[in-house]
Design a protein around this ligand. Structure first.
Ligand SMILES: NC(=O)C1=CN([C@@H]2O[C@H](COP(=O)(O)OP(=O)(O)OC[C@H]3O[C@@H](n4cnc5c(N)ncnc54)[C@H](OP(=O)(O)O)[C@@H]3O)[C@@H](O)[C@H]2O)C=CC1
Ligand SMILES: O=C(CO)[C@H](O)[C@H](O)COP(=O)(O)O
Length: 499
């Protein structure tokens, strides 16, 4: 094992919400932190904030790479917290003339995994170690302990992990939420899928909120209590997004006394502004890897459709209005809320399972050497998709004895199948009632369809396949003639109509 890094100085490049918090964390762990950001104000404010917080070590502003690199000891360690894409490339280009063999870059952006592999390639030729590392937990966690998902060669990880462990969140087992995600672009890949899962979970929970507020006529205080109950016990216990949902429902602006949620417009825009890429990328990856991941995909479509309020207004007008969500008729509230809790849980579980299947396929194709135990440990605290029951009770036992050549599909596991079987009728009941009342349930209904499709051995796609053969001579398999069931082109064609 390569010796752990023992550095007294570290550089933070990009001092926004995330970088600012992490810079203070490193400074609390005995390091002086050199700051670099285009905004001198951002750096000065960060230095003042650290002084106010009593951060014991120095945060020092640098206005150019040359002086920053001269100040750092060897090997130099840089943590990047930058917007994805072009910015990282420019920073690497700017730093390169001042770097030496053995220097380390930890790219903590939500970067595309291919960019991270490309930069790794550039760095390796100069003997520079590049770690592609997804970070999760938002700005609060960046300040108090994020969940971090680094990938690199073993030697580089041996060196950086002890440093990262010092600042990482702790899971409920007390261990740091950081580990060896894999090699190459695995760190950013896994973080990208983390965000895809996050989208599915957020949509399922938001849909449940919509049903409670408009379908059951509950107040936000009541909904807050309900989310809190979900977060305390059962399958959604200690689920970060459920926990913050309880808080969001209740929070009032101390200045105006207004409930903040009441003032929030129904537009999710960051996927269309390009501010974040992970939502688009994770869905693109799902399709490219031929993995049906409809819970996360429709969650993304809901975001996209929501983002353009001007378009929705215009279409609404063209259509002469729409049927707004109505009160759910004939439901027994307590019993229905229990079904809603289970339906939401299945939406979250489906998001996880779909994400794990994509990672598994990518791992085999892109040779990421994913370490699933470490990935689940990374997700066990400090991150947005933290969900104790799903990760600890269901997934950890499945991946515990994982060997690198194994391919694991959680849907082949009885423990996971039992969960979906147990909640299926509740999910169906919620979807039926919500549909009847014109509620928006993309992630919940997509989860239901996904389950129905993947558990079926008699789909209407025999008709679909016949259509394809009719017009395109695309071939089909005959019933009972394909014992393997593998996804390969069929052996038969029929001349449905001569040309
Ligand atoms: N916010 C969150 O909840 C999370 C964000 N992330 C990821 O972390 C990264 C940072 O996010 P976040 O902190 O929210 O974003 P911010 O926009 O708050 O921070 C990014 C910082 O990088 C600075 N920057 C831009 N160009 C350069 C450059 N050439 N050199 C140095 N600094 C530069 C920006 O300066 P300026 O504003 O002046 O352009 C800004 O201060 C992103 O990749 C994001 O996707 C990951 C997990 C959670
Ligand atoms: O990476 C994150 C959390 O994990 C960031 O909070 C990110 O900004 C969330 O954006 P999106 O919901 O579009 O992925």
């Amino acid at each position: 094992m390569a010796p752990a890094l023992d550095v007294k100085k570290i550089a933070m490049i990009g001092c926004g919400s995330m970088g600012g918090g992490m810079a203070q964390l490193f400074a609390e762990q005995g390091m002086s932190v050199g700051l670099q950001d285009p905004s001198t104000d951002a750096m000065d404010q960060l230095i003042q904030r650290a002084q106010k917080d009593g951060v014991p070590n120095e945060l020092k502003r640098f206005d150019d790479y040359k002086s920053l690199c001269a100040w750092l000891d060897n090997p130099r360690v840089f943590v990047w917290s930058l917007p994805h894409g072009f910015v990282g490339d420019k920073v690497l280009e700017g730093l390169m003339p001042y770097l030496s063999k053995g220097d380390i870059i930890i790219d903590a952006a939500n970067e595309h995994w291919e960019n991270s592999e490309r930069r790794m390639g550039v760095c390796v030729t100069k003997g520079i170690r590049y770690v592609g590392m997804g970070v999760s937990g938002g700005y609060q966690a960046a300040r108090r302990g994020p969940s971090m998902c680094p990938a690199a060669d073993d030697e580089t990880l041996d060196m950086v992990l002890p440093l990262l462990e010092k600042v990482a969140a702790k899971g409920s087992n007390g261990k740091p939420c950081v580990g060896r995600a894999g090699t190459g672009g695995a760190g950013h890949y896994v973080k990208m899928i983390h965000n895809g899962i996050e989208h599915g979970m957020m949509s399922a929970i938001s849909e449940a909120w919509g049903i409670m507020i408009k379908g059951l006529g509950m107040s936000n205080d009541e909904i807050s209590d309900e989310f809190q109950r979900w977060n305390e016990n059962g399958e959604l216990r200690n689920t970060f997004l459920v926990d913050i949902s309880a808080k969001i429902c209740r929070t009032k602006d101390p200045k105006t006394g207004e409930r903040v949620l009441d003032t929030v417009e129904d537009k999710v825009v960051q996927d269309v502004t390009g501010e974040e890429g992970t939502g688009v990328w994770s869905n693109t990856e799902a399709v490219a890897e031929h993995i049906p991941a409809p819970t996360m995909t429709v969650a993304h479509y809901l975001r996209l459709a929501s983002s353009d309020l001007a378009q929705r207004r215009r279409i609404n007008k063209t259509f002469g209005g729409n049927a707004p969500p109505q009160t759910l008729e004939g439901v027994q509230k307590k019993e229905f809320l229990e079904s809603l809790r289970l339906a939401t849980y299945l939406g979250c579980l489906a998001s996880y399972v779909q994400g794990m299947i994509i990672i598994d396929r990518a791992d085999k194709e892109k040779h990421f050497n994913i370490n699933y135990n470490d990935v689940l440990q990374i997700w066990s605290g400090g991150c947005i998709i933290q969900a104790d029951y799903i990760s600890e009770k269901l997934l950890h036992p499945i991946y515990k004895d994982y060997k690198s050549k194994d391919s694991i599909n959680p849907l082949y596991e009885t423990a996971v199948a039992d969960e979906f079987k147990r909640g299926f009728s509740d999910l169906k009941k919620v979807c039926l009632k919500a549909m009847e009342g014109d509620h928006n349930i993309p992630a919940l209904s997509a989860t239901l369809e996904w389950l129905k499709i993947l558990t079926s051995v008699d789909l209407p796609t025999s008709f679909y396949e016949a259509q394809l053969d009719y017009f395109g001579n695309h071939m089909y398999d005959k019933k009972g003639d394909d014992p393997s069931g593998a996804a390969v082109t069929g052996k038969y064609s029929f001349e449905w109509k001569p040309a």
